[in-house]
Design a protein around this ligand. Structure first.
Ligand SMILES: [Zn+2]
Length: 369
């Protein structure tokens, strides 16, 4: 499938690079603390008010520890549903009929999402929630920073199992090389947001969660109950965040306030910045990542309309976010995605003036664009 344009699930929103990148650059790196002498030279932290427009009080998480949801718990991200929309008739109908080859899921991946997986968590792992069928949604964290680059794989379950493989390879990499995380930063990886779908393998049913909802149509930016995937209608849920998987991740993002959130899908081969009524650093984040990982980042998604997209919602919360579409259904494309992650880290770290971070840059960022 390499080189063959395919489609999966990203939005139709045209991706346009803004003529004035500098303000966007400043916004992104303000989110990481640039331009403000940090109280601690080992941090990329900045005052929250520099990060973004403060979300409305009703959307802020409580300062209490994030609760672990029971399998039947209703979501706690209770954002206001938007009006159901009809598909935009102006959109082109160039929908690919390409489908990934049939495939099974590596048993090692299934072991990681077994219902009792949370009983024996390795260090640095946290349980952010549970799926409809009660499986653990785990996050593994590396680095000492209080704010993280958050990477999310497996939103579309076994249908896009190579994103789960990529996340697990990245976990192995950073576990073996913790020095690859920039000082003052953290990298947090959620390998499988949709563990129930992962178990169903590479089938159309495996894309959805156990209630047959598309988890990348269940967020509140331009949400619609009746959504589109390629040439078919799929469920966006009864309301935004009706599904425990998306609700758990939304709560986790609001509570932890990551520097940026990167969602991994396959296999359209491109980087698509999130956007919901403006841009909060996603455009420039996409350019850095796409350049280093050699994915196009300036192509507009016009295949079909996408409603309730996760990265769009994250950007709307004032946090830079991109969707990375791997180029294939079958490969993890590890090297190029590691290059993208390192490039983003380097751009954040270069704006820190403390000697520790600058030494890290001199070791890890030579030749990194
Ligand atoms: Zn996907």
């Amino acid at each position: 499938m390499r080189g063959v344009p395919t489609v999966s699930e990203k939005g139709d929103r045209p991706v346009r690079l803004r003529p004035l990148l500098l303000p966007v650059l400043l916004l992104l790196f303000a989110a990481a603390g640039c331009g403000t002498p940090p109280p601690d030279p080992l941090t990329l932290e900045a005052p929250v008010e520099l990060v973004t427009p403060t979300p409305p009080p009703t959307r802020r998480p409580s300062p209490t520890p994030h609760p672990i949801q029971s399998p039947t718990a209703r979501p706690t991200a209770t954002l206001t549903p938007t009006v159901t929309r009809t598909p935009n008739p102006r959109l082109p109908t160039l929908v690919s009929t390409d489908a990934p080859p049939p495939g099974t899921v590596d048993p090692a991946l299934l072991t990681q999402v077994a219902p009792d997986a949370a009983d024996h968590l390795p260090g640095g792992t946290s349980l952010i929630g549970r799926s409809v069928e009660g499986r653990a949604i785990l996050a593994r964290r590396f680095g000492q920073g209080t704010r993280a680059l958050l990477l999310v794989g497996g939103t579309h379950g076994g249908w896009e199992v190579n994103t789960v493989v990529l996340m697990n390879e990245l976990i192995t990499y950073f576990a073996g090389q913790p020095e690859a995380v920039a000082p003052g930063l953290a990298i947090e990886i959620i390998p499988a947001l949709n563990p129930d779908g992962l178990l169903r393998g590479r089938t159309p049913e495996g894309r959805m969660n156990a209630r047959n909802v598309d988890l990348n149509r269940n967020w509140s930016c331009d949400w619609a109950a009746e959504a589109i995937w390629q040439d078919r209608t799929v469920s966006g849920g009864e309301q935004p965040f009706s599904e425990p998987e998306s609700a758990a991740l939304a709560d986790h993002i609001l509570f932890s306030q990551p520097v940026a959130v990167l969602f991994y899908h396959s296999a359209a081969g491109g980087v698509f910045p999130g956007a919901c009524e403006g841009d909060h650093g996603s455009q420039v984040l996409g350019r850095y990542y796409g350049t280093a990982a050699a994915y196009p980042s300036d192509a507009a998604w016009t295949s079909y309309e996408v409603t309730g997209d996760a990265s769009n919602w994250v950007d709307g919360q004032g946090i830079a976010s991109i969707t990375v579409e791997l180029q294939t259904w079958t490969e993890s494309e590890f090297d190029r995605n590691l290059a993208g992650i390192m490039a983003v880290q380097c751009e954040l770290a270069r704006r820190q003036i403390d000697p520790t971070t600058q030494r890290w840059v001199s070791v890890h960022c030579i030749g990194v664009e």
